[in-house]
Design a protein. Sequence first.
Lengths: 802, 173
Amino acid sequence: MNQDFSPDRAACGFARDIPLVLDAGEAAALRAGARVGISAAHESAHLHVAGAAPYVDDVPEAAGTLHAALAPSPVASGVLRSIDRAALLAMPGVVAVLTAADIPGANDCGPVIHDDPILADGTLRYRGQPVALIVATARDLARLAAARIGPCLDIEPATPVLTAREAYARGDALLPPASLIRESAPGALTAALAAAPHRLGGQFSLGGQEQFYLEGQIAYALPTENQGLRVLCSTQHPSEMQHLIAHALGWRSHQVLVECRRMGGGFGGKESQSGLFACCASIAAARLGRPVKLRLDRDDDFIMTGRRHPFEYDYDVAFDDDGRITGIEATLIANGGHSADLSGAVMTRALCHLDNAYYLPEVAINGFVARTNTQSNTAFRGFGGPQGALLIEIVMDRIARHLGRDPLAVRRANFYGVASRNVTPYRQTIEDNVVAALVDELVAQADYQGRVAAVAAFNRSNSVLKKGIALTPVKFGISFNVPHLNQAGALVHVYADGSVLVNHGGTEMGQGLNTKVAQVVADALGIGFAAVRCSATDTSKIANTSATAASTGADLNGMAARDAAMTIRNRLADFAAARHGGEAADVQFANDVVRVSGIALAFATLVRQAYEARVQLWSDGFYATPKVHWNPKGLHGRPFYYFAYGAAASEVIIDTLTGEVSLLRADILHDAGRSLNPAIDIGQIEGGFIQSMGWLTTEELVWHATDGRLLTHAPSTYKIPTANDCPAALHTRLFDNPNTEPTIHRSKAVGEPPMLLAFSVLLAIRDAIAATGGPGADPDLRAPATPEAVLDAIASLDAIRP
Amino acid sequence: MSGIETMGSEATGPRMRVTLTVNGADHDIQLDPRTTLLDALREHLGLTGTKVGCNHGTCGACTVHIDGRRQLSCLMLAAAAAGSAITTIEGLAGADGAPHPMQAAFVAHDALQCGYCTPGQIMSAVACVAEGHAGSDDEIREYMSGNLCRCAAYPNIVAAVREVAGSTMAEAA
Ligand code: FES
Ligand code: FES
């Protein structure tokens, strides 16, 4: 055999010059030929640290490139009578000022319902809405002209509706209201509420969250031959961009190629809402016959795009002496903003996650997506799931305080069962429940009970500083709620020299998808990481892709890539057996070596032989998730292929005079199935936890109460977590739990579920505030729990103190 | 100021000639006097490793070194950097192309996800260690808190800085 092929050569991972730190077990597995379950470095890590990983704005500009900017509406509501472009056209460098009338096809970038104009069509819907597209020779000149739009507009302003409660009171919904109801018999919920020994009702208010992807929205459209466009776009959904651009131009899809090598973060904000920018750059490029780039300024990104839906809740819950829920009715009011966008699916996921890890015997959950004169809210990591599940955790906490019981005991009393009490409100039977065992393990790992006692002792001897602790579980459904989206394609090329190029329909936004897919391909072909190269997502390679969303990226694209790689491997095995003897089934591929009939030869050698024998060395691959189905009218079915689980315990300290909060310690145990890449998964878990903690504590969005201006439109006023907000003690472990379903190497999706882990932080703050009151104190704490909210909650207890 | 020459007006406004010393090489460029160092690096010199996050001094993505000190390049006019030694992420590797220890540590500790903040984090981290502000995890968190990471790879960023700070101190001892 060729002695060049030592397994240690693979040990460098994709970053060829910088060795990885692998633990002994992973290093041994790697030497034995494993390529999954290995903490391979991110496939672009060596490029990122060198500043050599290009994002859209880093690609050298083609000669003649023009730059676009969007001119924002100065009012939140009104009628746009006319735009006088003359003054803008006279400004230096301005090449074109385009309005809705200049869009040759459909003036719409709505992903589901066609209610989302690209440029204002006469009705002004929110402050910041693009009314005109300015194209100039330089970015600053385009932005300068866009900023001068005000005097050019003839507007009849109207009074905006700015809060979801106001729209709800008026009955102004973007979508038909939905109700998820499950009762043992008609009227059983009403009876349960009436007959309950204990009953609590209330309201809760939860803020939205700006994605704040560090790379802002950007699209760069380049005309190609025969009425075509190549569009580089920072997007989680290249196929959707392709369709939206084609519709806006009145073209067919095959005229538009959309490409995305990587994003500087997406978090849902580049799923549908990259469409506005992709369309605008394309409309200008097609009209002017020149390359056009549209890179948003950060402030414009905030004021033009939507974010995680803020939710308002009304609820009424009945429970027994153990705190076990006997019935619950809840109404979820989401602020959808001015258009439907993905709000329908977001609300469905919220309704389907209100249960979190708990069995709800009699249940009615109503969803209302309110129309307001604000940015159109959209996907954000978790996609409504966190907004659904948080309510039940607030309810659990209130039940415990009402009964004077340990909140964890109340949670355990309500956990889904394994053989009974295991059907969700949407009538899916849970077949993979591990929540009780997982929580038990975390309780031990975190010394939870001991620390509850220590927190109580601390609080008895401190009056200004108070500590709080909470442990919350996670159950999160994996799959798109819309069954047909659960499909993916991939393309694997094995070149005659044995090198491999992988392409698939998923997009890389930092979650490590390309790394995982490359690992899957390396595993299937038994080759080193260095032999596998990832390439940009490209609508001309894989057609009709789904968004990289709903945490499904690795599940779907990993399976599709494995399908393609296994097709090639099987062809190679057939050829090897025919050429060298033995059975195809006995041919082994590992560590860049193929063993066939007692002979070992380098993978590249076999590939060369196969090529010369005219064996097809590239293949497509496809995957469609089995088992999922959904009745969208009745809101029942099996929307999720499986569930991911987790739990976190957080301990905080608050200053009762300033409202300041600090997270002291967090312990996390999370189920990533049989992890494809433990380092990447732990990064996703910790990153999701910290990002969600930001949502629930510091990230406050404020709109002007009457004119609808977003006042928190930059990191100067909108506060995401910094390194300094991370706890000194953060202990994260993976829960060993191979998927019961045959997912890619029995792994589980890991992008979104960790968003629920940070509920423990909010509930720990609630616990600390409760410690300022007497027994049974039950603070009224809104989220985000900013210092102001904490002080208000303390005051709410003071108000009821005798 | 050295290395600056003002030019006559053009259609797009006044231009000036500036010599910037970046990663050891001098570059003569003509630009609008209002051009930030960030835009000059990215758009005049093609050094796109330095990233644009907020464009107003609140995210750290654009961090470079000016005479060895960290500086937000979006808050500095290019003209003001003339005469100084500017170092960007592209200039951090050794002459032989070997990665700087901080670059290697970021890979080894998986201290990035989307990577967009990474060049700024690394430039800040190198300075943080050089300033002597990496003595403890608490200190690292405090002195790295001007560099936002929306992916929140912070625990691993802190680990990477700690490792480099530790070996730097070991060398000094
Ligand atoms: S781009 Fe300079 S600090 Fe954000
Ligand atoms: S790695 Fe994505 S912003 Fe830091």
